[in-house]
Design a protein around this ligand. Structure first.
Ligand SMILES: Cc1cc2nc3c(=O)[nH]c(=O)nc-3n(C[C@H](O)[C@H](O)[C@H](O)COP(=O)(O)O)c2cc1C
Length: 401
């Protein structure tokens, strides 16, 4: 037996510790940007949306995506982690706790994915960069910009702790600002934030340091980090395993959630399954919609869906990460998938689309271990993030209040 074949005695429906928090089971609702906060604030619809997952049995739901600053939005209708939103955030966490589940806040800055149409400012990146999907041009971050973003993450995490969140999930994936530093495709810097993978991980380590200093042991800290992104010359496992090792050696995170893909290019590498070109075109005005119809498949990339599609990559991290718990994501749809992940050394299983389709899937699985999720990975939910994120087979979730 090798390290990567290790079998644990973990089970899905048992209590589990995540930093200072005890979760009622090992399941987590993945961040799926909700589009229910038109003014950056908590709304009744946002609370109702997440109560669906809590009432449906997940151990922890994830508020997504909460931007650490006005410049960091990745889509409209997202939460802004600003002090004036504290009462709403407190109401949100109280409602989740009342339902018996825990709640995490995904904190992010979208970097090259942030669109000036939403943020009103030019996007930022480690080096000058033109986004091949949106064609926006990012400017190179100064040392002051780097310090500012580190402080914004710390401020946002402090606010999350004050608001009663059990955990903060730091977005180190999808080529948002932190993972754009990991990527040699985007990061061409020659200072201490560029070059070696140790240098390209420095910004992430500084954020974790600043956040942990600020929140102490009040809440759990998770990093959602990219293993690879399906883009030539960008992030791949040989280096991302090293990034995870560095984060693990720093020993300030409670968990690392492993993700793939990006929101910059070949977006389907993150999702896999059907390519919603028509839905993407519908977001554009003439003549861009015609361009999208012609080139959309090439931009988004074509990657077939298969169950547990991140498993083989993610298990490479198990023997390398010693102090930090690991969360497995990607195409988890039933109890066998969950148990396979736990047996391979993961501590948590995280689900996105399966729960958008069936918010009560965890309860169904607990009642009958042979239950299969019914999401068909049509990926039409992807473009509902520009309205109210929902499964198109469940339009009532776009109206909940
Ligand atoms: C509609 C939609 C919105 C998403 N929004 C986010 C987000 O805000 N932040 C994030 O890190 N990932 C986001 N994701 C990615 C998911 O968290 C998850 O990584 C991905 O869906 C793979 O998991 P799954 O196979 O269980 O769906 C989104 C996914 C979907 C389908």
């Amino acid at each position: 037996m090798t390290d990567t074949d290790l079998t644990t005695n973990r089970t899905v429906f048992e209590e589990v510790q995540l930093g200072p928090v005890t979760l009622r089971n090992r399941t987590v609702k993945a961040a799926t940007s909700e589009g229910r906060s038109p003014e950056g604030k908590v709304t009744d619809e946002l609370i109702a949306f997440h109560r669906g997952f809590i009432d449906g049995g997940v151990g922890m739901t994830t508020l997504a995506y909460a931007t650490v600053s006005k410049e960091g939005y990745s889509a409209p209708g997202q939460i802004l982690m600003a002090r004036e939103n504290l009462p709403g955030l407190q109401e949100f966490t109280a409602a989740m706790h009342e339902g018996g589940g825990a709640v995490s806040a995904q904190l992010g800055h979208a970097g090259v994915v942030a669109h000036p149409r939403i943020t009103g400012v030019q996007p930022i990146a480690p080096s000058k960069f033109k986004n091949p999907t949106s064609f926006t041009k990012a400017r190179e971050m100064t040392h002051q910009d780097i310090k500012d973003v580190v402080r914004q993450f710390a401020d946002a995490a402090e606010l999350a702790a004050e608001a009663g969140f059990d955990a903060a999930e730091l977005h180190f994936g999808h080529l948002y600002v932190v993972s754009s530093f990991f990527s040699p495709w985007i990061n061409k810097r020659t200072d201490e934030y560029g070059g070696s993978i140790e240098n390209r991980t420095r910004f992430a380590l500084e954020i974790v340091d600043a956040v942990r200093d600020r929140v102490g042991s009040d809440i759990a800290l998770i990093a959602k980090m990219s293993m690879d992104d399906g883009i030539k010359g960008s992030i791949w496992l040989d280096e991302s395993v090293r990034t995870a090792e560095l984060l693990d050696q720093q020993n300030k995170l409670d968990a690392i959630e492993l993700t793939q893909g990006s929101s910059v290019y070949h977006q389907m590498y993150l999702f896999r399954g059907d390519i919603p070109v028509d839905d993407m075109a519908a977001q554009q005005k003439f003549p861009f919609n015609v361009g999208v119809r012609l080139l959309g498949k090439r931009i988004l990339g074509d990657y077939p869906y298969y169950d547990m599609y991140m498993f083989e990559s993610a298990r490479q991290f198990v023997p390398k990460v010693k102090n930090t718990k690991l969360m497995l994501l990607g195409g988890i749809n039933n109890h066998d998938h969950m148990q396979k992940g736990l047996d391979a050394g993961f501590d948590f299983v995280v689900m996105g689309r399966a729960l958008l389709r069936q918010p009560d899937l965890v309860n169904r699985i607990e009642a009958d271990r042979s239950t299969d999720g019914i999401c068909i990975h049509c990926n039409k939910c992807m473009f509902t993030v520009y309205g109210k994120t929902h499964c198109v087979f469940e339009p009532q979730y776009a109206r909940n209040a």
